[in-house]
Ligand binder design. Sequence first.
Ligand code: EPZ
Length: 422
Amino acid sequence: MDSILVRGGGELNGVIPIAGAKNACLTLMPATLLTEEPLTLTNAPRLSDIRTMTQLLGSLGAEVASLQSGQVLAMSSHNIHNHTADYDIVRKMRASILVLGPMLARDGHAIVSLPGGCAIGARPVDLHLQALEALGAELELREGYVHAKAIGGRLRGGVIDFPIVSVGATENALLASTLAKGTTVIKNAAREPEIVDLAQCLRRMGAQIEGEGTSTITIQGVDRLGGATHPVVTDRIELGTYMLAPAICGGEVECLGGRIELVGAFCEKLDAAGVSVEQTERGIKVKRKNGRVNAVDVTTEPFPGFPTDLQAQMMALLCTANGTSVLEEKIFENRFMHAPELIRMGAKIEVHGGHATVTGVEKLKGARVMATDLRASVSLILAAMAAEGETVVSRVYHLDRGYERVEEKLGACGAHIERIAT
Ligand code: EPZ
């Protein structure tokens, strides 16, 4: 099992290319099931989660060719011979549930394993099921699988009113409704850029969608969708993660492909902390305004609020801020597992339920720490780069799910970081 060794100290200077968004690609890929024509994604990220989705779609009968060393995914689903998404694949990656809506829309039936929870929370899928029932699906839970079928053989349009904002449930509803008979209205829809990207891709395929990016999305179902070629939107979470690197270590880094509108609320917090953020022709340039950042309070919310997927990384910055910060995690019930690992490095953090109070210290100290989930793992690497001494982060398979070539990208800017077998 690989670990990452980081020798702390030294500023970061240079450029970091930002890849296509994992969380956009994972919802764009199942769209291939909605058509028998080729769907090609460009600017795709090279990540283990993408390989898992490729494996899942392949098990259903879709063909997914990974071209140009994984940056292009050429997909076609003219021969879907299996409608069961198996537990062994689904349990590895929750986003597998996103094949349920498209399979139902395409052939009127599907069997998908319940994903089960993960480190950051129970993560039920009841809102996904509620949405599909509103589109005329009959669902039965049996032995850990959702057995779904469209009443009358085809989904029909309906009104979906989500009690809470759910990115995945909005995506499943959007995918399924494109081929439903009639009009669908999704209320309290998620507004994330990944939803907008999915809608833009579906529209290229012939879907009739309005309102993406707002809380109400309206879809006129069509009888069939065609193929398309679509570029995956820039990964705003990878962007925010690497913007924090110079904020934590000092120096100046330009994140190529970054756009401020993807990380608006996050940039406001960086500005308040004393980090300058400048949109350039090529991307976003980031550097600290002076030696030490200021403490700021952060509350995670659905887009356009501060993203929960940047909470762990922001905590790494605030561990050495001047003053005390309070982070409130309002999206997931257990997303502070990076805190005990940062405390091993000398951070002063107190966690009470959904709140973490961070009292800044001058410097963290290197230690052996353990990654517990995707964003926690990169938070530890950010903290380690500015810490005194060496840090070894174990279980970095979490990291490889969402960040391609971390040691290369940070190493190119002067970080002392390498992958070691442990
Ligand atoms: C997506 O997960 C992302 N994953 C997550 O990123 C991200 O943290 C999350 O959205 C919030 O932005 C992908 O896009 C693949 P939700 P998702 O449904 O769709 C509850 C990462 O690090 N809920 O918006 O699963 C849920 O428990 C990952 O890249 C229900 O109660 O998130 C949570 O508390 C981590 N019932 C809240 O809603 C449901 O049916 C928001 O979850 C669905 C969700």
